[in-house]
Design a protein around this ligand. Structure first.
Ligand SMILES: [Zn+2]
Length: 211
């Protein structure tokens, strides 16, 4: 079953194939899932809900389009065959293809969590042990939440499979050009290594590049 991709962004046609490669590579049937590629920037629009002001997100569709939903996605939200929607914002879609695919793979993993295909229990156990070893002085980030870390490791693994290790390595290097990005990927690499050390069964590891 092909991933359902709709949208009015100018790159919708071109990206559809790539997004389907991400979906296909998981071996998971994207049942009741739709993806929407938005052409309007809602980042600063208070008339829409939080979900639609972020770069991307996984939204539960209850079969009705409630308030705060951009007009472009209302038909999808109201479609009873669409239970989950991955929303990709215009600001995200204006970025590099690698960044779009990374964020999409991340949200796709959230879909796998939400629909009960996988869980983040093993990563949660590993994280608990890592945090105990680190002590209380460590500043935790979004990456220190089990589902978020699992999604990031999955995104890394999926992009490596689709684009190759070298392309992913150079993408991460570019993201590390600013201090915030560098700190983020440093933490991701550290956690990936520690998770793998405590649980060799976990496959995803951004091993390349600086630690
Ligand atoms: Zn997330």
């Amino acid at each position: 079953m092909d991933l359902r991709v709709e949208g009015n962004h100018s790159r919708a046609d071109e990206l559809r194939t790539l997004l389907r490669r991400v979906s296909d590579s998981t071996g998971i049937e994207p049942v009741q899932l739709a993806v929407f590629l938005e052409s309007v920037d809602y980042a600063c629009d208070a008339s829409v809900g939080d979900h639609f002001r972020k770069p991307a997100g996984l939204v539960n569709c209850a079969g009705t389009a409630h308030e705060g939903v951009p007009p472009s996605v209302r038909p999808l939200m109201a479609d009873p065959t669409c239970r989950y929607l991955i929303w990709l914002s215009k600001p995200l879609l204006d970025e590099d293809t690698e960044q779009i695919l990374w964020v999409f793979a991340h949200e796709y993993r959230h879909f796998m969590h939400r629909s009960g295909i996988v869980d983040a229990n093993e990563i949660a156990c590993s994280l608990m042990a890592i945090h105990q070893n680190e002590g209380t002085a460590t500043q935790y980030s979004n990456l220190d939440r089990p589902e978020e870390l699992d999604c990031e490791l999955f995104a890394h693994e999926t992009l490596t499979r689709i684009l190759g290790a070298e392309a992913v390595h150079s993408f991460i290097e570019r993201r590390c050009a600013d201090p915030q990005g560098a700190a983020y990927y440093q933490r991701l690499r550290y956690l990936a290594r520690e998770v793998k050390a405590s649980n060799p069964g976990v496959q995803a590891t951004p091993a390349s590049g600086r630690a």
